[in-house]
Design a protein around this ligand. Sequence first.
Ligand code: ZN
Length: 280
Amino acid sequence: MKVHISMDMEGVAGVAAGADTTLGAPHYEYCRRLMTGECNAAIAGCFDAGAAEVVVNDSHGTMLNLLQEELDERARVVRGRPKPLGMMQALDRGMDATLFIGYHAAAGHGDGVLNHTMRGRDLLRVSLNGEMAGELRLNAAMAGWHGVPVALVSGDDVVCREARETLPGTGVVEVKEAIDKYTALSLHPGRARQAIRQGAASALERLAEIRPYRVDPPFALRIEWSSTSIASWCEGVPGVKRVSPREVEYVSSDYPEVYRLLRVLLMVASASTGTPHSYD
Ligand SMILES: [Zn+2]
């Protein structure tokens, strides 16, 4: 069994604010250790369940967060960006399952801790075929395209609710409760790691029962920006249609094309506003 792990940061136990997750911010160095700890718990759970190979994709911000030397030696890590499959890089290497660890709620979903979709600033809402799509759904659809089930999701109560609604059968591990976008009531990191290790192992042991998440083509990706100016820039990309002053839409039957186009539009937003491309 080959297992892929998409490792984000906002949904890690103990993480609550932008100062925790942004390179150079006051608590970042501490919180990347918390992230590395949860990643190790997930890796251990995979091997407990008999995995032969584990590949971790560092999926947050700069994608240079995990402390390599402190990671379980049995896993390999994709580090850096850009990469065509973004948060799902390496999924297309014959993986049997993927785990979403440290995940967070979609932009505007409840009071989810650090809720956003790919890009915190400027991006108000993403929908896929008319339904809200946060990173959980966008990435699950990519896994489904490759026939890979999402075995486990960990994060706050809001992303766990998204997972239960979108991915029936997928295991969930709730490591904190959202009080506000920037406030969490969290488990101790040690307890969170125990739960993730056990959750990963038990989900992989019943993997045959977990179906890949499928979205029917064609795929209509709609993005609502905070500014009409960003929508105006995006409209310049061939195939992208302006559907309202602040919204653009792109339709294709090729999901990886849609996913990659979203990432290009994030770069357009970054360039057009002159603000850094920090996201995921
Ligand atoms: Zn992130």
